[in-house]
Design a protein around this ligand. Sequence first.
Ligand code: DGP
Length: 114
Amino acid sequence: MAQTVFGRIVAGEIPADKLLENDDLIAIRDVNPQAPVHVLIIPKKPLIGISDASVSDNELLGKLLGAARDLAASLGLSTEGYRIVINNGASAGQSVPHLHLHLLGGRDFLWPPG
Ligand code: DGP
């Protein structure tokens, strides 16, 4: 698979404002934030999207969600609330074909989403 911008960030080839890194994932600030807090949680494994994850990736998916929860708490979002988003595919607005969770907080959000 061709290297995406997130693959290059994971590899250290492109700088990013990194909040967390472990064996499985990184969390970085989004370069184009849509809320006062906008963090991307990115698996090091280059899955294209959640549709491409299999049962064997379920533990990894849990770690991504757990990281989002822990980051929300450490960034002070737990009381007011926050949103976790996965865009999957073109119709959902996915622009980078490497699975990532958006953690958004620090403002009120509308529902249904646009
Ligand atoms: P999505 O539309 O769900 O694929 O979201 C991709 C997000 O990635 C979008 O909010 C902008 C962000 N992004 C794209 N390129 C970079 C980059 O080079 N660095 C960082 N930190 N974020 C990026």
